[in-house]
Structure formats: structure tokens, C-alpha cells
Ligand binder design. Structure first.
Ligand code: APR
Length: 230
């Protein structure tokens, strides 16, 4: 039975009240990437970076999954073949909607990472500068978020899934950040059909066989209902 691989971006969580990055007024209009989403920025001003992620962690903690997250969880539960969800998002709204095995290639807000020994543990609501690592006790705790210039997580596993995909969907992503923006090409090379579900055309829209424009809470449930209706 067909294997479906889905890539999601900030747009799928927009209607849950979590900001996107590149829409008008988005996160990258409020903060400079180099200040809050790079290792250099963290070294330069850890208090600013911890405050940035503390605020996003607090918002994500109370956010509720929307109809798009719920539809993908239903697809994963009811589709006879494998459904793999790869997300660039660091919120856990897919999991709150019941999805399983979600691959967070850019990390998660609820995770803490020790920059010294690599230990991971559940992040406190508010991470402080110099937070000690529970394992090695060095004052080197950081959010377990993949910053620009760092290698995204699960890349080998993700490319394996793309090689075996029969259908690839990109949902709520502007297609401006690699390697995620290149997944459609990998899927196409593997013989998959490809579809983009987005509010507006992404930077990689021309690489998709099919596009569906509109808010994710409308396009995703419709798309899932069609797939499950066979
Ligand atoms: N429904 C569907 N799509 C939407 C909605 C919505 N309600 N609202 C916005 N979008 C679309 C926008 O049109 C845009 O194409 O979601 C996309 C969001 O794009 P970005 O803000 O660039 O977010 P994303 O593509 O996830 O960014 C990728 O960049 O900054 C890094 O690590 C960060 O994971 C992030 C990565």
C-alpha cells in the first residue's frame, strides 16, 4: 500500500496562534536570525536567546492543535499504508493531535541539550543562563533547537523515507530553508507524486505535481478526506 511522507512547516500551526517566520510580522520581522537562532548569537548573548525560546515555549505549551493537525493524525491512523510526518516545527501540536513518530528535524521547544556533553532532558518552562546540565553539571544548557549552521536531526532516516515515498506532501512551509526545501526533489527522483498545501505559492511551488492553496484548516482536512475516500 502507498507510503505517504509529509513535511510540515510553521504555516500548519499558524491557525493555532503560533507565529510563522516569514509572513508579515513574523518572527524574523521581530528578531534577527543571527541574534536568536545561531550558535554565535547564543554565545554572544545567551540571555536574549533563552528569553526568545522561553517565550515561544510558553506559547507552544498552551497552544491547541487545529483541524489540520487532527486531520494528519487521522490519516496516520486510518491510512492502510505508512504515513510519516517530518516537521520543521518545534511545537508539538502534531503529537497533541495524536500523531506518532513525528520527526522533528529542527528540534523541540520542550527539549534541553547540554552543549558540553550532549545530554538531553525535558526543558524547564523557563531556561536560565548557565543552567547546569543534570549529567555533567557544566553550565552549558541550551534549547534543543537546531540553529542555522547546524545539522538538522534525523536526516538519514528522512532520506530513507523519501526514497520509499509514493506520495509526498509539503504543508505550510515557504520552501526557503534547506535541506527541507529540497525534499520535494528527492521524493520526485524516487518516483513519488508530490502536492503542496499552502496559503500561497512557496518558493518551490513549481516542483510540485499538484498545489492546493488556502488555510491549512481547510485544505488539509479536505485532502485527507479525499485520500481516505479512495
Ligand atoms: N495555512 C497554510 N499555510 C500558511 C498559513 C495557514 N493558515 N499561514 C501561513 N502559511 C504559509 C505561508 O504562506 C508560508 O509559505 O506557511 C509558510 C510559512 O513559512 P515560514 O514562515 O518560512 O516557515 P517555515 O517554512 O516553516 O520555515 C522553515 O525556517 O527559520 C527557520 O527553523 C525555522 O523551521 C523554520 C524554517
Amino acid at each position: 500500500m502507498e507510503k505517504i511522507v509529509i513535511l510540515t512547516g510553521a504555516g500548519i500551526s499558524a491557525e493555532s496562534g503560533l507565529g510563522t517566520f516569514r509572513d508579515a510580522g513574523g518572527l524574523w520581522a521581530q528578531h534577527r536570525i543571527e541574534d536568536v537562532a545561531t550558535p554565535e548569537g547564543f554565545a554572544r548573548d545567551p540571555a536574549l536567546v533563552q528569553a526568545f525560546y522561553n517565550a515561544r515555549r510558553a506559547k507552544a505549551a498552551t497552544a491547541r492543535p487545529n483541524a489540520a493537525h487532527v486531520a494528519l493524525a487521522r490519516l496516520q491512523a486510518d491510512w492502510p499504508g505508512e504515513v510519516v510526518i517530518v516537521t520543521q516545527n518545534v511545537d508539538e501540536l502534531h503529537e497533541k493531535a495524536g500523531a506518532r513518530g513525528v520527526l522533528h528535524m529542527h528540534g523541540i521547544l520542550s527539549g534541553a541539550l547540554c552543549a558540553a556533553c550532549g545530554h538531553r532532558w525535558p526543558a524547564p518552562a523557563e531556561m536560565r543562563v548557565g543552567e547546569p546540565c543534570p549529567a555533567c553539571h557544566a553550565p552549558s544548557a541550551r534549547p534543543d533547537i537546531v540553529w542555522f549552521g547546524e545539522m538538522p536531526y534525523y536526516m538519514d532516516e528522512i532520506f530513507e523515507h523519501l526514497m520509499g515515498a509514493d506520495l509526498f506532501a509539503a504543508i505550510g512551509t515557504s520552501g526557503q530553508v534547506y535541506p527541507a526545501a529540497g525534499f520535494v526533489q528527492e521524493a520526485t527522483a524516487a518516483g513519488a507524486r508530490t502536492v503542496e498545501l499552502n496559503l500561497e505559492p512557496s518558493a518551490t511551488v513549481s516542483r510540485f505535481d499538484e498545489t492546493r492553496f488556502g488555510p491549512a484548516t481547510q485544505t488539509v482536512p479536505e485532502w485527507v478526506a479525499e485520500l481516505l475516500a479512495g
